[in-house]
Write a protein that binds this ligand. Structure first.
Ligand SMILES: [Zn+2]
Ligand SMILES: [Zn+2]
Length: 365
């Protein structure tokens, strides 16, 4: 019998290895060694520090992928140096996935189980990189999980679907024309352009049936107190709970920026950046995850919760036929995710590992 791993213990070991983005060399070596020690066929995802373990059943069946992220977050020290800290709980996710893997060795009868450790979730590069490398090509179902803050889930409870938002953080550059402050009629004030854009953006209306929000978060115009500023840059934070609403919202945003700028004689460019997708979970998979939670933790299924963004959702937009699900694990994260002092009760992690294992066995056992 292979060893059964303990996700609490593994999380504590992985916590000290915190690394950033795509550059998770030591973390990858750790999880690879742990998978191989279980006798699981495992290797790096070529050209990356992603790690993929594979367990094949003897009968044909679905390909199910369970996924953990691997990266930590950078925090600036008083001396200007940067320390990587696992402040989003990705150490916990790796621990749960490794424990689940150890519980599944010898139990996969049909189909194939893929156990994926994905780098660069925080930088929104990892999921699409794994897709590019072909990891998802044959996958029918992909499931992930995230530990949740205290405000979302009481410690010890779990939810079947973490309701993330789609997001975009465009940069807008407004162009006017410089002039001496005493002769404003000879110039075009880029701040006036920014002001008109904000008014136009605040006049956008989308359906109230789906949560969405759009607001300026940064604004900056260089110049002196007596110069009409020719350039003003702005940043917006845009979120929506559905990809359809996000698409409509971004169209209206582009119109508002163009129209607002033109109304006062300015022009404006938009650098849209990466648009993060909202979740598009398969209702059947969410229902099965709820069943698994009821099975392994009776009475501890909580209502769906969530917020923020997650690059797991890129898997679905990149592979439209893929069926996805993503459950939440209540471990009492305080003061919050992405806080350097973030801490939680990691003795609750084995329940999350058990949900992963129960879900896999429903399909491949
Ligand atoms: Zn995070
Ligand atoms: Zn995270």
């Amino acid at each position: 019998m292979p060893e059964i791993y303990n996700s609490t213990q593994l999380r504590r070991e992985l916590h000290g290895l915190a690394e950033l983005g795509l550059d998770v060399k030591n973390t990858a070596a750790f999880v690879l060694q742990k998978l191989r020690a279980l006798g699981i066929e495992a290797d790096y995802v070529p050209g990356s520090y992603g790690v993929l373990g594979v367990i094949r059943g003897s009968e044909p069946g679905e390909v199910v992928l369970i996924r953990s992220d691997m990266d930590a977050l950078p925090f600036k020290n008083p001396d200007g140096s940067v320390t990587a800290v696992h402040a989003c709980g990705h150490d916990a996710h790796m621990g749960m996935l490794l424990e689940a893997a150890s519980r599944l060795v010898g139990k996969i009868r049909r189909g194939t189980l893929k156990i994926l450790f994905q780098p660069a979730e925080e930088t929104m590069q990892g999921a699409l990189l794994m897709v590019e490398k072909g990891v998802l090509d044959d996958v029918d179902i992909a499931v992930g999980a995230h530990v949740r803050p205290m405000q979302d889930l009481k410690p010890g409870t779990l939810c079947a679907a973490v309701m993330y938002s789609g997001f975009a953080f465009p940069i807008v550059t407004v162009h006017g024309k410089p002039a001496h402050g005493s002769r404003p009629q000879l110039g075009v004030n880029a701040i006036d352009g920014a002001n008109a854009i904000i008014t136009a953006v605040n006049s956008i209306h989308m359906t109230p049936d789906v949560h969405w929000t759009i607001k300026p978060t940064q604004i900056k115009a260089d110049g002196a107190m007596n110069i009409i500023p020719p350039v003003c840059t702005m940043r917006f934070d845009i979120r929506a709970k559905s990809n359809q609403v996000m698409t409509g919202l971004l169209d209206k945003f582009k119109q508002a920026v163009k129209g607002g700028a033109e109304a006062v004689g300015c022009t404006a460019d938009i650098e849209m950046g990466k648009v993060g997708p909202a979740p598009d979970y398969d209702p059947e998979i969410t229902k099965e995850l709820a069943d698994c939670i009821n099975e392994v933790a009776p009475g501890r299924l909580a209502p769906n919760c969530g917020g923020g963004g997650e690059d797991f959702n890129f898997y679905k937009t990149a592979m439209p036929k893929l069926r996805t699900g993503f459950f939440g694990v209540g471990v009492g994260v305080t003061p919050g995710l992405h806080n350097r002092d973030m801490h939680f009760d990691d003795t609750l992690l084995p329940v999350g590992a058990a949900v992963f294992a129960a879900f896999v066995l429903k399909h491949l056992g």
